[in-house]
Ligand binder design. Structure first.
Ligand SMILES: Cc1cc2nc3c(=O)[nH]c(=O)nc-3n(C[C@H](O)[C@H](O)[C@H](O)COP(=O)(O)OP(=O)(O)OC[C@H]3O[C@@H](n4cnc5c(N)ncnc54)[C@H](O)[C@@H]3O)c2cc1C
Length: 479
């Protein structure tokens, strides 16, 4: 083998996965077809769970130190959810995707892991022992496993002939990074009487400290074919249709047309090849979910691949990547479709739709509704079908951060290993058998005992008799 894992694609998914494998002590090679990192700004919104996961790896603080990334308020179909703002340790934040990619790439480079650029994968063949990948520029890489993190038009997915069911795009909207002038208060989600709409989100500042904004706009007659270039005039006209003279375009930095295609791979695992991020699921970017879902795919898969390479993964472990992550993206696709309809992205001005939206907007005034939507969008409500989840309220959910005296529990996840919180030292003997994979702490008198997987999800709490089976289920046979 040339390497244990070959990661194809150095977007947010591939870069996160490379870091997870580094933590697991597994040699990986990360390739990308681009000769240089893309400077295109795509994602802008980073959800609570993604920030929490970065925090668990000790990456959030240094990431936030690289600039000024404002906290925002989550929305569903353009309806803001103010009651959810201070619900989590890390509220919704605007951090451009380019910043995250640059930060992760530098972090990896500091550990001597470099993206092999200008390496376009063009062929794969797998057998019982591994995968052979070939590249446009020549050369072959043989690996034990291969992860396709090569985006929505994934070459690997095509080469596999993997089913990618769903719906083709039926319309386009414009997404642009801009500087705007005029009434700051007006720069939000707004629509005109005749069905034109504009959404404006903060996107940090330019090198001169001037506010940048992400703009999305659409409405009747604005759904042009994807290949048609977006012009400044088109954006000016879109702003005028909604804001009149209150908001004007000062600078257009980047623009593209995006479609509402919604597809998801039927299977995330194809033998030794795994699909992750946009290679596994695509949808219209509403509600800041695509990159976040991809990063969380990588967190779920990384430690499992690490376990397989180290030889302690229980038989079922790699398959849980599909069983845990497929339903998450399926739910994202559904909520995006609902949002797209409610936002009347096509500017249909159907009175039935208007009535539905009015009713929905009234319902979102209720705290419980806002919390429900926030759980869905922030990633904090993701609950994996982990054994014990039906009886134990914590099991299957992201681990809460508990005060353990000298540290908080989330800091113990920095090594990317399992963590057993055992305040009474009750389980020291049993945990010692897995000490090469699971760290145990006896600190934190008030914390409830729990076993946390390396990706930060609780996989045991409550019944002491269930701890040993849980250790075996997730961390394999003890040495
Ligand atoms: C306008 C816009 C706004 C968005 N806003 C948000 C948001 O606010 N929040 C959010 O969570 N998401 C958002 N998204 C979605 C987000 O950008 C994507 O979900 C995210 O980029 C997916 O990351 P990825 O790493 O899976 O794939 P990508 O970012 O597409 O990266 C794939 C990489 O693979 C490389 N590659 C492709 N083919 C090959 C090959 N054959 N060989 C080698 N390398 C290859 C590519 O060069 C690329 O670098 C937005 C998207 C758009 C377009």
């Amino acid at each position: 083998m040339d390497t244990d894992v070959l990661i194809v694609g150095a977007g947010p998914t591939g870069l996160t996965l490379a870091n997870e494998l580094r933590l697991a002590g597994v040699p990986a090679v990360l390739v990308d077809k681009l000769a240089q990192r893309s400077t295109l700004s795509k994602a802008g919104g980073v959800q609570s769970r993604t920030q929490e996961a970065f925090d668990q790896r000790g990456l959030l603080e240094p990431l936030l130190a690289t600039g000024n990334y404002p906290i925002g308020t989550a929305h569903f179909a353009g309806i803001t959810l103010p009651l959810t703002r201070d619900r989590h340790r890390h509220p919704w934040r605007s951090i451009p995707q380019v910043v995250i990619e640059g930060f992760l790439e530098q972090h990896l480079a500091a550990q001597d892991i470099h993206v092999l650029r200008d390496h376009e994968l063009t062929g794969i063949a797998q057998d019982e022992d591994g995968v052979t990948a070939t590249f446009a520029r020549g050369g072959v890489v043989r690996s034990r496993y291969l992860v396709a993190a090569d985006g929505g038009r994934s070459t690997v997915r095509s080469l596999l002939g993997a089913e990618f069911p769903g719906r083709p795009g039926t319309m386009t909207t414009v997404a642009a990074d801009v500087r705007l002038g005029g009434d700051d208060q007006a720069m939000t989600h707004a629509r005109s009487e005749d069905g034109h709409w504009v959404s404006v989100f903060p996107l940090g500042t330019d090198p001169q400290g001037r506010p940048l904004r992400r703009l999305a706009l659409g409405g009747p007659g604005r759904s042009l074919p994807r290949e048609v270039p977006v012009t400044e005039d088109e954006i000016r006209e879109g702003l005028r249709a909604v804001f009149g003279s209150r908001v004007r375009l000062l600078e257009l930095r980047y623009a593209r047309r995006i479609t509402n295609a919604a597809r998801q791979a039927a299977r995330y695992r194809h033998g030794r090849v795994f699909l992750a991020g946009d290679a596994a699921h695509v949808h219209l970017p509403i509600g800041a979910q695509g990159m976040n879902t991809g990063i969380q795919d990588a967190l779920n898969l990384g430690w499992k691949l690490g376990a397989a390479v180290h030889g302690w993964a229980p038989e079922h472990l790699l398959d849980t990547y599909h069983t845990e992550r497929h339903p998450v993206a399926a739910a994202v696709l559904r909520n995006v479709q609902a949002q797209s309809l409610l936002m009347d992205q096509q500017g249909a001005r159907d009175p039935d739709l208007t009535a539905t939206k009015e009713l929905f907007a009234a319902l979102t005034g209720l705290r419980e509704v806002q919390y429900h939507l926030d759980d869905m969008l922030s990633g904090m409500g993701i609950r994996y079908p982990i054994p014990g989840a039906e009886e134990q309220p914590l099991v299957g959910l992201p681990a809460p951060s508990r005060d353990l005296g000298p540290v908080r529990s989330h800091e113990l996840l920095r090594r990317g290993r399992g963590v057993l919180i055992d305040p009474d030292d009750r389980f020291a003997k049993v945990a010692a058998r897995w000490q090469d994979r699971v760290d145990r702490t006896g600190q934190g008198a008030d914390a409830e005992p729990m076993l946390i997987r390396p990706d930060g999800y609780v996989c045991w709490a409550g019944n002491p008799d269930d701890l040993e089976p849980a250790l075996g289920h997730w961390f394999g046979e003890p040495r």
